[in-house]
Design a protein around this ligand. Structure first.
Ligand code: FMN
Length: 186
């Protein structure tokens, strides 16, 4: 079964987007579509970026662990809130630590916001950064507006069938790119 890492980057006090990471993990387990693992930046406490992992003399175990998880994942889903039209500094801080780990890695995004527009602007900057790193950015239909009411605190969507349908389409698309990549590696 394919391994999908779900990055939950918000380290904001009272954060809401983590509910979507919990939902997606449950969804992948329920449907048996992939083996999910959440990388929760709240648990990592990465220092402010000072150098890429490959040039660090004594990298922390957290940074090495992060690198290994991204390297071994078949695909990645980033649950990203929109902060002032871009993605959070916590996410940029971690993306920039790695280089080759992102290359040809299929990466899908789930933008999240508390308004009606579902953080749709965040995709532009995030996609560009990952394109620069050589990732395979996967288009997908799962965007979460009104996060405060869209999910309960345990990650159950208010409209589960509608969200499940979009999540299924996103994961199918991600799995397609993962399969396409594995055929190129044969
Ligand atoms: C610094 C900051 C900037 C924000 N800017 C936007 C924005 O540009 N567009 C938007 O739709 N929501 C914006 N919001 C609202 C977020 O969508 C909302 O707080 C969401 O819950 C953030 O995810 P989090 O709770 O997991 O941190 C912003 C929130 C913060 C804290």
């Amino acid at each position: 079964m394919k391994q999908i890492v779900i990055i939950s980057p918000s380290v904001r006090k009272g954060r809401k987007s983590h509910k979507v990471a919990m939902y997606l993990k449950n969804f992948l387990e329920e449907t048996n579509l992939a083996k999910p693992e959440i990388i929760d930046f709240m648990k990592y406490n990465f220092p402010i970026f000072h150098e890429r992992l490959e040039y660090q003399d004594s990298p922390s175990p957290e940074i090495i662990g992060f690198s290994e998880k991204i390297k071994s994942a078949d695909g990645v889903v980033i649950i990203t809130p929109e902060y002032n039209g871009g993605y959070p500094a916590s996410l940029k801080n971690a993306i920039d630590l790695l280089t080759g780990e992102w290359r040809r890695k299929p990466v899908a995004f789930v933008p999240v916001s508390d308004g009606n527009f579902a953080g749709s602007q965040v995709i532009i900057s995030l996609q560009f950064t990952l394109w620069k790193l050589g990732a395979i950015t996967v288009p997908g239909p799962l965007r979460i507006p009104n996060i405060i009411t869209a999910f309960d605190e345990s990650g159950i969507p208010a409209d589960k069938s509608a969200i499940d349908k979009k999540a299924l389409n996103l994961i199918k698309e991600l799995l397609w790119y993962i399969e396409a990549k594995s055929r190129m590696s044969e």
